[in-house]
Design a protein around this ligand. Structure first.
Ligand code: AMP
Length: 502
């Protein structure tokens, strides 16, 4: 049984056959939601103005209107701080794409809501209760680090047998025979990986989409500043772009694009007035001016196998991928949704029971980054950390004290909160002060140790919106980083020892 797909089957079958028809059927609801949005916030004036100017501009919304803040159920919100109320999708057709921004909103699923609540086993640092905000020190340090053994019941935390380099058996030199003969643990791990790959090959991106969802699409003529306000108010961190002049999908707007604007401003501090007037369609010029990677344009058809979507993400180092379909009649592109690495891995964890076979400790698995880690301290200027994020193309930098103890993590998405409202002065802050500005619902950071295993990490992904795990030792000293892209890469690319690996 495909649990995520099961709950959405009834409506989504129609969506899959003809995404546009949902748009049409629910037009009344969407119009009502558009009115709600207009009432709720003046920052959405851009939406309203643009919608009114254009005959076919629409704020698309099905189901509930999102709350002003904390709707949080956005497919594009992979790296955000909001809890996982889950996927949000969108049926978005060519006839309804001319607004400066469009929102197709859908009710969060019950299962998704459940995932908000951290369980006693949640490996968060500094935050264990769903309603209590993490206890954050004024400098931005979370007050304590929960032991990573929370990842699994203590009874299962015994050192794994077999080839564990840290285990008593592994400390002995491996004999030739031992190396040639996989242990039962190895075999089980391989079967687990095989099952996940097989699953990803027979499921499509459509299968991941829930019954109800929302999509916010930005027209490329929207001001960068206004797009930031909308993102923060809707609790999302990315949005597909739509060029209404050509009626084409124009790429995916992500935190990297805002970081590029920040860098441009940093290099040209006198150009603040100009920066204020940047539209989304000037992002490419900004990228050229500062010499960085262009905006992500990778996309995939929603009926392609998930395996292919994963491959495409890994190849492009994208952490999310837009699903773009072509309307049969008009032959125009339409953005259907955005799926994230998190969403895919959660889908796997919910539906592939063989994830429970992945019992090799991390120390025995070639996964994650353990050398040359980019780190910073609480008093590091936040701009230095932003430069590291760009230079290394990473999404987070662990923040350590002088002894190497993990205090917190600065994430690329934190940049959005820093510059919202066009206040670039915040870039002069220290990391500590900038982390103290995080919203109260920041769920904390997730940690694990080298003794932890992918079975329990998949459990954690199923229960909570995890973007990465910081690998620490018993003294909370930093050992490495395990990001979702590492897990995806290992899941798809680690050798299985046979010819038909792909
Ligand atoms: P991510 O940016 O989280 O998608 O990670 C991309 C790759 O960079 C993964 O292989 C991570 O393990 C690695 N990585 C993430 N953060 C850091 C960091 N602070 N220092 C070094 N490598 C990192």
């Amino acid at each position: 049984m495909i649990e995520d797909a099961e709950s959405q089957h009834h409506d989504s079958q129609q969506t899959r056959d003809n995404p546009q028809c949902i748009t049409n059927n629910r037009r009344d609801d969407w119009t009502a939601m558009a009115d709600d949005i207009r009432r709720q916030t003046s920052d959405h004036a851009t939406l309203t103005e643009s919608s009114q100017k254009s005959d076919h501009a629409t704020i698309l919304a099905a189901g509930e209107a999102p709350s002003k803040k904390g709707s949080h159920d956005d497919a594009s919100h992979d790296s955000g701080h909001s809890p996982d109320t889950s996927l949000d999708v969108q049926a978005h057709g060519p006839g309804s794409t001319a607004g400066s921004a469009q929102a197709a909103s859908h009710e969060p699923s019950a299962s998704a809501t459940q995932q908000i609540a951290p369980t006693p086993t949640s490996p968060t640092v500094g935050s264990s209760a769903p309603t209590a905000s993490p206890e954050v020190h004024p400098t931005g340090a979370l007050q304590y680090v929960a032991p990573s053994t929370y990842l699994r019941p203590v009874s299962r935390a015994a050192p794994a047998v077999g080839l564990a380099t840290g285990s008593p058996t592994a400390s002995r030199p491996a004999t030739r025979d031992r190396r040639l003969m996989p242990s039962p643990l190895d075999k089980e791990q391989i079967e687990g990986l095989r099952a996940i790959r097989a699953f990803l090959k027979v499921r499509t991106s459509y299968d991941v989409l829930p019954l109800s969802y929302r999509l916010i699409v930005f027209d490329t003529s929207l001001l960068v500043k206004k797009s930031l306000n909308i993102l923060t108010q809707q609790g999302i961190v990315s949005a597909p772009l739509w060029d209404s002049k050509t009626s084409t999908f124009a790429g995916l707007l992500t935190t990297s694009d805002y970081i590029n604007v920040v860098q441009y401003y940093w290099q040209n501090p006198d150009a603040l007035a100009q920066v204020d007037q940047f539209k989304l369609n000037s992002l490419r010029e900004i990228e050229r001016a500062i010499g960085v990677t262009p905006i992500e344009t990778v996309s995939i058809h929603p009926s392609r196998p998930l395996y292919e979507a994963c491959r495409r993400m890994l190849e492009s180092r994208a952490r999310r991928i837009p699903l773009v379909d072509v309307d049969d009649e008009t032959k125009r592109e339409m953005v259907v949704s955005v799926i994230t690495q998190y969403r895919i891995l959660k889908f796997v964890s919910v539906n592939v029971k063989e994830t429970q076979w992945l019992k090799k400790p991390l120390r025995d698995v070639n996964i994650g980054t353990f050398t040359d880690l980019a780190t910073a301290h609480m008093d590091t200027p936040v701009m230095d950390v932003i430069h590291q994020l760009v230079k290394r193309n990473i999404s987070c930098v662990p923040i350590l004290d002088r002894e190497g103890t993990v205090l917190n993590v600065f994430e690329a998405v934190d940049v959005i909160a820093l510059i919202k409202g066009g206040d670039y002065d915040n870039l002069n802050l220290s990391v500590g002060k900038s982390l103290a500005m995080r919203s109260e619902d920041f769920p904390g950071i997730y940690t694990c140790t080298l003794n932890d295993r992918l079975d329990t990490i998949f459990d954690t992904i199923r229960k909570s919106r995890v973007h990465r795990l910081v690998v620490i030792d018993e003294a909370s000293q930093l050992k490495g980083l395990l990001s979702l892209s590492d897990i995806l890469d290992y899941t798809l690319n680690s050798p299985l020892g046979d010819a038909d690996e792909q």
